[in-house]
Design a protein around this ligand. Sequence first.
Ligand code: 0GY
Length: 302
Amino acid sequence: QAQPVSKGARDVHENPKVPDFRVPTGAVDAHCHVFGPSDVFPYSPIRKYTPYDAPAEKLFALRDHLGFEKNVLVQASCHGKNNDAMVDCLNKAGENARGVAIVDPSITDEELRALDAAGVRGVRFNFLKRLVDPTPKSEYLGIAKRVAKMGWHVVVYFEAEELEEIAPFLESIPTIVVIDHMGRPDVSLGADDPQFERFIRLMDENSNFWVKVSCPERLSISGPPYEDVVPFARTLVERFPDRVLWGTDWPHPNMKTHTPDDGQLVDRIPHIARTKALQHSLLVGNPMHLYWPGHAIPKSDT
Ligand SMILES: O=C(O)/C=C(\C=C(/O)C(=O)O)C(=O)O
C-alpha cells in the first residue's frame, strides 16, 4: 500500500481558528471529503496518493466549528469509484449533506438510484494526471448522458493549461457542469492574463457552467492569507453571482507547502464576496438550488 504522503497533522489543521466572518444561516461547505477510516473503507488499489484518515465525525465537528449547516461530499481519487465512505457520511448527516460520486460505465441504473436515494446529486470527472490515469472522454460523456436524465450534474477537475483541449468536451455535457477550484489558474500570471480571460469566456459562453471559488491555498504563490488569489475569486463571484460555490476542501489532501487553517479560509470569503447578497448566493442560495432544489432557502441575514 502506498505510504501516506503526509502526516495527518500536515493535512488537517488540528486547531483552526473560530472565523471572524460569521457565515449566513444555512451556509453550505460545497467541497469537502471524508477519507477512510481505512480499516473500514479501504483506499483504492490504483490510487496515486494515500491520505491519512479523515472521518465523518471530524468533518461534522469542523462544520459546526465554522458555523456551516450543510456539506457537499465530493468523492476523491484516493477512494476511486468505491463511494462507500462518502455514502456512509451522507447517511450519518441525513438532510445536511449531499454527495458527488465517481462511477464508471459498469454502474447499473439500480446502483445509480441507490446513490441518488443516499443523497448523491452528481458525478466527478478528474483530469489531473498526478491524481488519476486518463479516462476516454467518450466514456465520461456516456456517464454524463445517463446521470443527466436523473437530474444530476457533473463536477470536473482540470489544470488551466488543459482548458483549450478540454473545452469542447465540457460544452458537450448535457447538464450543469461545476468546475473545481476555478479551473486551477496560474496565479503568477495575474487575473488579467489571457489564460484567465479564456476561463471567463468559457463561463460567459456556457450558462450551464458553474465554478467553485475554492482552494486559494492550493493556487497561491504568496501563501496565507492568499491575497494573490483574491482577484481571481472576486472576479468570478461578481461576474457569475448565481453560478459560484465555495468549499473548505477539508481535509486538504496533497498540500505540500502548509496546512491550511479552515477558519482563515472562511475569513477570506468577505474579501471575494463583498456584499451580504453575494455572500448569501455563494454560501446558501446557489448550493441550495443545486443540491437541495425545492427546499426552503434560509433568507439572507440582515
Ligand atoms: O481535494 C481536492 O479537491 C484536490 C485534490 C485531490 C482530489 O481532488 C482528489 O484526490 O480527487 C488535489 O488537488 O490533490
